[in-house]
Design a protein. Structure first.
Length: 115
């Protein structure tokens, strides 16, 4: 399976979407990941870009709510990322990003691996 590539426009739109959240909290960062982009809080990913699709990590209630408005599995079709769904193109992304950030931000910080 070939990994979809995000367009430069999609990468910039993702950065623009996350910029207010990163500006509000020094623990939020957007960084490259496997040729895509990920948004992290305390080292844990809460949103990502896969191809031109944005996905978010949510709790069970959030996943049900997002699925009800058209969210689909996020990531490679053969092995989507558990706990993540796509944000439908016709949905406002900011509330889902905010919800994902609140959920993942409450998780324990990820400890860096020793090299």
């Amino acid at each position: 399976m070939q990994m979809p590539k995000a367009s430069e426009a999609s990468k910039q739109a993702f950065r623009d979407l996350l910029e207010p959240f990163a500006a509000a909290s020094p623990s939020v960062e957007v960084k490259p990941m496997f040729g895509q982009l990920g948004a992290f809080v305390n080292g844990n990913m809460f949103a990502g870009l896969f191809g031109d699709t944005t996905g978010v990590k949510l709790d069970a209630d959030g996943l049900s709510a997002l699925e009800a408005v058209g969210g689909n599995p996020f990531g490679p079709e053969v092995r989507p990322m558990g706990g993540y769904l796509t944000i439908p193109a016709n949905a406002a992304a900011e509330p889902w990003i905010e919800r994902a950030l609140a959920y993942v931000g409450a998780l324990p910080p990820k400890t860096p691996k020793k090299k």
